[in-house]
Design a protein around this ligand. Structure first.
Ligand SMILES: Cc1ncc(COP(=O)(O)O)c(C=O)c1O
Length: 390
């Protein structure tokens, strides 16, 4: 990994300590260059002409995303966010009263809101896989739920927004494949920070956002749709002209590719930005990135474990590049005062972002630090000193 180049590609980094890639990361310089170049072309020629002229470059988005997760181009579509990708996927499952969705305790807020809304409007039921005392998914309980209920969908988040644990979605995927169940994977926080490959995690839908560990622009993301979903004719509840062709007064034909789940209208400048972010990441190599991420996280977790007044809240056998903690008797305000002084960029996760998890942990907020491969071990040492100062 060429650390010098990676640092040179950060714009005006200075002395800050940027540890909020789980929120919205720093885009490499070339990402914003691509976006602004594209917008300037649109300014001069109009959006349709530019899209025609740049068709080949725009098509690279599909290649880069497919390369990252190990699928074909036709399985990828652009999404405005991970949540909108999730909604498109969810809306394609014919769900009626008493049908069951299985999810996990730490699934994302918007996913839970969608399940709750389906419950309220259509009587759809959702069941939650229990967690073991160490935080891991209780896979026996998962199997029991499958045996017990008319399950129509399994939807599980890989890494939650509010804690650093990694859920065993590979085993969930294996079980779903064996039971012929549709599996919707929320990989919003895992994509870009670790190697997420479909050959290791079998799923039917995978949702991703651009702005976090992929280091792309806001308002971007993507959705993977498996061939079996496409071949079986699944489609979002409501369609637009990019999803299907209006073939006669009363007829339409679905498109063959994952575009069936996308939007005809796209923010093309942002899409070129996301493409550049994916290219940048693919060129470094996701395995290299994961290796560096493990190294800096090991250092940070070790450093914090030696501060007795700090409690970390990340459960599970496997942890990620999200670290959540609190310091005894300190408020978010105390943290902010010291962190601002040292230019630390961080997040605070709150109870409304994970009701079940926070209730179990008995807290209503945690500090969230999310370093990425452009951070250094030296920064992890500096961060520990800053936390001691709080
Ligand atoms: C685990 C997880 N899933 C989904 C989302 C939603 O992503 P987006 O804001 O792009 O819709 C987030 C955002 O924080 C997240 O952390």
């Amino acid at each position: 990994m060429n650390h010098e180049k990676i640092h040179a590609d950060l714009v005006d980094y200075g002395n800050k300590l940027f540890l909020n890639s789980a929120g919205a990361s720093l885009m490499p310089r070339s990402v914003t260059e691509k976006i602004t170049e594209y917008l300037h072309r649109e300014e001069r020629l109009g959006g349709y002409t530019v899209a025609e002229q740049q068709a080949e470059e725009l098509a690279q988005f599909y290649e880069q995303a497919a390369h990252l997760i190990g699928c074909e181009k036709h399985n990828i579509t652009f999404a405005h966010s991970a949540s909108s990708a999730f909604m498109q996927a969810l809306s394609s499952i014919p769900l009626s009263a008493k049908d069951v969705i299985i999810t996990s305790e730490v699934d994302y807020t918007s996913n839970f809101l969608q399940f709750l809304s389906l419950h309220k409007k259509r009587g759809v039921v959702f069941k939650i896989i229990k967690s073991l005392p160490n935080g891991d998914l209780d896979l026996d309980h998962f199997r029991q739920l499958i045996d017990q209920y008319p399950v129509k969908l399994v939807a599980v988040t890989h890494i939650p927004t509010n804690s650093g644990m990694v859920q065993d979605v590979a085993t969930i995927g294996e079980i779903c494949a064996a039971e012929n169940l549709i599996f919707l994977l929320d990989s919003c926080q895992s994509i870009g920070q670790m190697d997420v490959k479909l050959k290791n995690i079998k799923c039917d839908f995978l949702t991703a956002t651009g702005r976090k560990f992929l280091r792309g622009p806001r308002g971007t993301g993507f959705l993977y749709v498996s061939d079996r979903i496409l071949d079986q004719g699944y489609a979002p509840l409501l369609l637009d002209g990019g999803n299907a062709t209006w073939t006669g007064n009363d007829t339409y034909e679905l498109v063959d590719t994952a575009e069936r789940f996308g939007n005809w209208e796209k923010p093309y400048a942002m899409l070129t930005g996301l493409t550049e972010a994916l290219k940048y990441l693919n060129e470094i190599g996701i395995q290299q990135i994961e290796k560096q991420n493990k190294k800096i996280m090991h250092r940070l977790r070790n450093n914090l474990s030696s501060i007795s007044s700090v409690t970390c809240y990340d459960l599970g056998t496997q942890t990620s590049n999200i670290l959540t903690f609190r310091k005894k008797d300190k408020t978010p305000g105390d943290i902010k005062t010291v962190f601002s002084k040292h230019q630390v960029y961080y997040g605070i996760s709150q109870k409304h972002q994970g009701q079940i998890d926070f209730n179990k942990k008995g807290v209503d907020w945690v500090v969230r630090l999310s370093p990425h491969y452009f951070n250094t071990e030296e920064e992890m040492d500096r961060m520990a000193e800053i936390i001691e100062e709080v």
